[in-house]
Design a protein around this ligand. Structure first.
Ligand SMILES: NC(=O)c1ccc[n+]([C@@H]2O[C@H](COP(=O)([O-])OP(=O)(O)OC[C@H]3O[C@@H](n4cnc5c(N)ncnc54)[C@H](O)[C@@H]3O)[C@@H](O)[C@H]2O)c1
Length: 336
């Protein structure tokens, strides 16, 4: 079987490729990635010589690149996206181009070429945010996106469903909680905090760290997608839940593992439209047999150790960029 992974040089895509080649070594993987600032081929260094792995540098909004990458493909797992909320506030149109237009082109080409399955990787952020006592999101929660990132992912989700309803393209969708694990770009909260501290710098925590996120180890995400590909019903959406923690709790856990105290926290302003809480009801996915295998209490320390032992991977990324933490808008404008 040949699997096309879009965005395979990114955080989750690269972990998914490792997962797939380990569990299904006989399958062929094609990785289509345009290598934006978030695409790192170093994350796939160890498998770059694997004869069952092929990298194509190409853009999901370019019809020729997409057609070339889809040639002979059985399954598509679509990760490629602009994924950082702060960047979407500064440059929303790039998000619309990649996340909406890119997904539309992939769907259209998949339909033309008769691809057997299109799996779309999405986020729980499409549902908006929750108050402290609200029940978690489920698959029937109305979409209420609040950031350009979330809105562009919502647009993509709607297109995926439309291609199923209108044309019968065999699709599935997963909307996942925040991921953590190795090879995550140091612009995202957990790796940013770990790498800042490893470099002796403070960590910028928005507000008082009261915002709540659900966290899922990236290998549990890969396993969930694998299960949906095997057992999920065509046309259906599955939410993937994580473990709920306030950002201050995650921050304290990182500080504690590194033997540091709260004087390393620098409190920063909330981002525009900062969502308060996300939480997912994962019972539909669990009914297929999925269970979380990685507890945050064990795997957050292991993830910290990975960054401590793999400075070669993140140090060049960190050095090449302005720190966007405190004066986000200005710094991002300079770096775009
Ligand atoms: N990271 C999370 O916590 C999380 C949670 C839920 C859902 N998701 C979704 O999972 C997917 C992967 O997220 P991630 O954190 O790995 O993102 P990432 O930013 O680390 O990686 C995105 C990858 O897509 C590539 N890419 C971007 N634009 C492209 C284009 N036009 N053509 C081809 N490739 C392009 C980049 O080069 C990069 O390799 C995204 O769709 C995201 O919305 C992420």
């Amino acid at each position: 079987m040949t699997v096309l992974v879009t965005g395979g040089a990114g955080f989750i895509g690269s972990n998914f490729i490792h997962y797939w080649l380990k569990n299904r070594p006989e399958d062929r993987i094609v990785n289509l990635d345009s290598l934006t600032y978030a695409g790192h081929l170093e994350s796939l260094k160890d498998i770059s010589d694997n004869p069952n792995y092929q990298f194509i540098k190409g853009d999901i909004t370019n019809p020729e690149d997409v057609k070339k990458a889809m040639d002979g493909v059985d399954i598509i797992v679509h990760f490629a996206a602009e994924s950082h909320v702060d960047r979407s506030i500064i440059d929303p149109l790039t998000f619309v181009r990649t996340n909406v237009l890119g997904t539309a082109l992939l769907l259209n080409t998949a339909l033309d070429l008769g691809v057997k399955r299109f799996h779309h990787v999405s986020t729980d952020e499409v549902y908006g945010d929750l108050g402290p006592d609200d029940p978690p999101f489920n698959e029937n929660t109305p979409y209420k996106s609040r950031t350009p990132y979330a809105a562009s992912k919502a647009g993509a989700d709607h297109l995926v469903r439309a291609y199923f309803k209108t044309y019968g393209l065999p699709v599935t969708i997963t909307n996942c909680a925040n991921n953590y694990g190795p090879y995550q770009d140091p612009e995202k909260l957990i790796p940013r905090f770990i790498t800042n501290l490893l470099m002796g710098q403070k960590v910028p925590l928005m507000g008082q760290g009261e915002n709540i996120r659900e966290w899922l180890h990236v290998d549990d995400h890969s396993a969930a997608i694998d299960l949906v590909l095997q057992k999920g019903e065509i046309g259906e959406t599955y939410l993937i839940e994580g473990e709920e923690r306030a950002n201050i709790e995650v921050t304290k856990a990182i500080l504690q593992h590194l033997g540091m105290d709260e004087s390393m926290i620098e409190y920063a302003e909330h981002r525009l439209g900062h969502d308060f809480r996300y939480a997912n009801d994962g019972s539909k996915l669990r009914s297929l047999g999925w269970e979380r295998q990685h507890d945050l209490g064990i795997w957050l320390p292991k993830t910290i150790d990975w960054y401590r032992e793999n400075r070669w991977w993140w140090k060049p990324l960190k050095e090449g960029r302005p720190d966007v933490d405190r004066n986000t808008q200005k710094s991002y404008k300079q770096s775009l």
